[in-house]
Design a binder for this molecule. Structure first.
Ligand SMILES: [Zn+2]
Length: 92
């Protein structure tokens, strides 16, 4: 059963060690990462079992975390705002 991280900016999910039923255990940095539109999956590198699903943050979540002083969020927000300045979203 994969664990869901619904808030990307939750501290510590990268370092938290998870155990796979196959006997492998380790943290997300050792897992097989697969990027999707809305989430990133992390699977066991030994057997491919899905262990961790991390939701990508919404712009509001990035802003909130940046306002709260999260350094990764501040860096992401800077990238997002630069992209939006260069490619303004169409006015709907
Ligand atoms: Zn496994």
């Amino acid at each position: 059963m994969a664990e869901l991280v619904s808030d990307y900016f939750t501290a510590g999910w990268r370092e938290r060690a998870l155990a796979c039923p196959c006997g492998w255990h380790g943290d997300s940095r050792a897992m097989a990462m697969e990027l999707h539109d809305a989430v990133t999956d992390y699977a066991c590198p030994a057997c491919g079992n899905l262990l961790l699903i991390v939701s990508h943050p919404s712009l509001d979540q990035v802003r909130a975390a940046a306002t709260a002083g999260n350094e990764e969020a501040m860096a992401q927000l800077a990238i997002i705002e630069e992209a939006r300045a260069r490619f303004p979203p169409d006015a709907a």
